[in-house]
Design a protein around this ligand. Structure first.
Ligand code: GTP
Length: 354
């Protein structure tokens, strides 16, 4: 049986959710909580048992995903009292694994959307006999990432901190956030204290002579570090650029969820998602954006990678690219929302108080 650990905890700004009560993995992407795509992709690759390592608003996962049987999985949840870092979180769930000491265990960062060939990563791990195998992706601007140079055979040479100067950019390969660990390597991580895999575990393994294998897979890869990245990821799931068996409908220009309505003259393109109960009425033009459940859009133009929150009503507005309209807003004739602007929940209203 192949099993996996999914890292969905931690602290810091990268993990700040879009709304106060929604942890990032539960923010919808293509109509379902983002985590659903990762779980379904793992299942499709033959994974049967997944342990969710959580620390942040952990209580929302289990009520939604339960024992995982709806996805054909056996899911378990482990909550850290204090965030233990990526390595600490992996070690903290080791007792839930059934794998033997030499078996491969998959590990996924919970904030990455990717078309990685998961089986190919496991195969690479098994054929090379590595201790840890990592998915590497090539990026055009590596300055924001730690770099992972490899030799001709893909063996990892070093883990380098974010480059500060052009000379330090020795490769365009970065850690893409999916690994296969030999089970015994997980057991060797110190228990009960914060550990970072990138800063401690991987460099420590390298200096001890362990075999770390990189597998460059230049498939779709997106770091969901920002709200705009979430909407982009959602659109790419709808368009079929990011493959997921969990998209609830056919891939195409738009995804209109059950009970949502779209007027015949409304134009939806670029992977726009219309959530349950939302109404896109006459004169709406929406390009690659997400309309959350219950929102009503009329005679409005919405750019790319924008989000319109639950129950918000937009009539005669223009919403710039990347803008986030929180839930329960009412924007009327002539409102222009600047690109990337954020309107908090319930901040603007024209109708009388209820
Ligand atoms: P460290 O390697 O521990 O320093 O973490 P990082 O800050 O480099 O990790 P990053 O923020 O890139 O997060 C990678 C993934 O690990 C994300 O899916 C996070 O949700 C998850 N994660 C980060 N820190 C923790 C943690 O303390 N506990 C758990 N359970 N998950 C974490």
């Amino acid at each position: 049986m192949t099993e996996a650990i999914l890292l969905v905890g931690g602290k810091g700004t990268r993990l700040r959710p879009l709304t106060v009560h929604t942890p990032k993995p539960m923010v919808p992407a293509a109509g379902v909580p983002f985590l659903t795509h990762q779980l379904a992709r793992a299942r499709a690759a033959g994974v049967e048992h997944i342990v969710l390592a959580t620390s942040y608003l952990a209580e929302v996962f289990e009520p939604y995903f339960g024992d995982g049987s709806a996805l054909g999985l056996h899911l378990e949840y482990v909550t850290e009292e204090e965030p233990l870092g990526t390595g600490g979180a992996i070690r903290n769930v080791a007792s839930r694994l059934h794998s033997g000491p030499d078996d491969p265990v998959l590990i996924f960062n919970g904030d990455i959307l990717t078309g990685l060939d998961i089986r190919a990563l496991v195969d690479t791990h098994e054929t090379t006999g590595a201790d840890v195998s990592l998915h590497l992706t090539k990026v055009t601007d590596p300055r924001a990432y730690g770099l992972v140079p490899t030799d001709d055979t893909g063996r990892v040479l070093a883990f380098l901190e974010k480059p500060q100067t052009p000379e330090e950019i020795v490769t365009d390969q970065i850690n893409a956030g999916a690994y296969v660990f030999r089970r015994s390597v997980i057991d060797s991580i110190p228990l009960g204290r914060p550990v970072s895999v990138e800063r401690e575990t991987f460099p420590g393994l390298l200096s001890a002579g362990a075999h770390l294998q990189g597998m460059v897979d230049s498939t779709y890869w997106l770091d969901l570090g920002t709200p705009a990245a979430f909407v982009r990821g959602s659109a790419d799931l709808v368009l079929g650029r990011a493959p997921s068996p969990a998209v609830p409908g056919r891939c195409g220009d738009r995804l209109v969820l059950p009970t949502a309505r779209v007027a015949s003259d409304a134009k939806l393109a670029g992977g726009t998602v219309v959530g349950e109960g939302a109404f896109v009425a006459e004169g709406a033009r929406i390009f690659g954006s997400t309309i959350l459940p219950g929102a009503v859009i009329t005679d409005s133009l919405i750019g790319t990678r924008a989000r319109v929150g639950r129950r918000s009503v937009l009539t005669g507005t223009v919403i710039g690219d990347g803008a986030v309209i929180g839930p329960d807003n009412e924007l009327l004739e002539g409102a222009r929302i600047w690109c990337d602007a954020r309107i908090p929940a319930g901040a603007v209203r024209f109708s009388s108080d209820q």
